[in-house]
Design a protein around this ligand. Structure first.
Ligand SMILES: [Zn+2]
Ligand SMILES: [Zn+2]
Length: 400
């Protein structure tokens, strides 16, 4: 947006605000529909000024590793012919956001605007966009670009792009330069190929966490081909784990949860688990030996995994999607005895992400969440670390 347009938008916004406060304070209810119509046309005039232009956008950023967040203005590029502009409505907090600002995976580029689970309204489409129209609801997940030409991209594995996936935040931005900024912001401009369709009628805030936690826990079910009736262990039940339970239960698996939080035992059953145990319950842990067809570890920190590997049947697999650190406590002899596998998996491709969204809509699944405002991001992150989230914090970005 050029300087003149910026000024015009600012004036329109101020007029809109003063009119809103006037009507809110003094006008009779009967005038409200008229006011709404007037505001709506003003808003449309603003959008019409330059819905596809480059803009400065309000975001919430971390400036260091302390976990404090503050308002920060970021640039968003002008939308190209294959780009969509998404006004972000809801953005949820993933533990990866916390690992990133803490520097657990290497020092990030500050200011850092995290967020790779977002849902919003399409407010602009490039001339060649076919998947979206203005007014549609779109989601953006963990990545915003890849080469589209390498073997992995051609196999719908954009997250494994051999030429370097562009992740949604703190990733080198090949289009605009600098680094990418995520969903703790009011707006994002993204290639339509990396935006997901959100079906009408779903809980939009509850769907935001599907964009990372949902696909991360859905993809292993497909790759390791979990069948109805098979026994599936979910280790750790936070943001990822609670969706793992809901998704696997909807596929007809017999889901068993292992948690360190006593109050989550009943929640696990309400999400569809048939059994739930505390790690500290040694008798229960012993009884699970050799009983699982597949297990998923969603715990975000490293811990000794051999006790859980021992719970697998012969030749079966424990998939780690949580602790992206050196693995602890896997014993070569014991894994060899049962020919068990310990595997890794991270997010999923765009096509598979669309599948989990459609699957969740079909089965009436969404994340269980608590809504927060942007000024509560830092406090919410602390609660995630203290295992107090039940089960995702969703930021209402309309309050930014
Ligand atoms: Zn994530
Ligand atoms: Zn590629």
């Amino acid at each position: 947006m050029c300087e003149a347009c910026n000024q015009k938008a600012e004036i329109l916004t101020r007029e809109g605000e003063s009119r809103r406060s006037f009507l809110g304070g003094t006008a009779a209810m009967a005038t409200a529909p008229l006011a709404a119509a007037a505001l709506s046309s003003e808003a449309k005039a603003q959008e019409a000024a330059s819905p596809l232009g480059a803009s400065n956008v309000q975001s919430w950023a971390a400036f260091d590793t302390s976990g404090s967040f503050a308002p920060h203005t970021i640039p968003r590029r002008a939308a190209g012919p294959k780009d969509v502009v998404v006004e972000i409505l809801y953005s949820s907090i993933c533990h990866s956001d916390i690992h990133t600002y803490k520097g657990d995976w290497g020092m990030p580029t500050f200011p850092l605007v995290p967020g790779h689970e977002m849902v919003g309204r399409v407010t602009g489409v490039g001339a060649e966009v076919t998947k979206f129209r203005e007014g549609d609801i779109a989601g953006v997940g963990t990545m915003v670009d890849s080469c589209g030409e390498c073997a992995n991209c051609l196999a719908d594995r954009e997250q494994n792009c051999l030429n370097g996936t562009t992740f949604t935040y703190n990733s080198p931005d090949k289009i605009s330069g600098g680094v990418t900024y995520g969903g703790y912001s009011k707006k994002i401009v993204v290639k339509e190929d990396f935006a997901l369709r959100i079906p009408p009628g779903v809980d939009l805030a509850g769907f935001a966490p599907l964009l990372c936690a949902g696909i991360t826990t859905f993809s292993p079910l497909n790759h390791w081909d979990l069948q109805p009736g098979q026994r599936y262990g979910v280790i750790g039940m936070g943001g990822l784990g609670h969706l793992a339970v809901k998704l696997a239960a909807a596929k007809g698996a017999e889901v068993v949860v292992f948690t360190t939080s006593k109050d989550k035992l009943e929640d696990a059953k309400s999400f569809g688990a048939s059994e739930a145990y505390l790690w500290s319950d040694e008798d229960a842990m012993r009884r699970q030996m050799g009983s699982f067809d597949l297990m998923l570890s969603t715990v975000p920190v490293a811990y000794p995994m051999q006790p859980f590997l021992n719970m697998l049947k012969l030749d079966k697999t424990l998939v780690n999607v949580g602790a992206l650190f050196p693995i602890e406590g896997a014993h070569g002899m014991m894994m060899g005895f049962g020919r068990q596998s310990l595997a890794g998996s991270m997010t999923g491709g765009i096509a598979e992400t669309q599948r989990v969204i459609d699957f969740a809509a079909h089965h009436g699944i969404a994340a269980t969440y608590e809504m927060i405002t942007p000024d509560q991001i830092g406090a919410a992150c602390e609660k995630v670390v203290r295992k107090q989230a039940r089960y995702r914090y969703v930021i209402d970005m309309t309050k930014a």
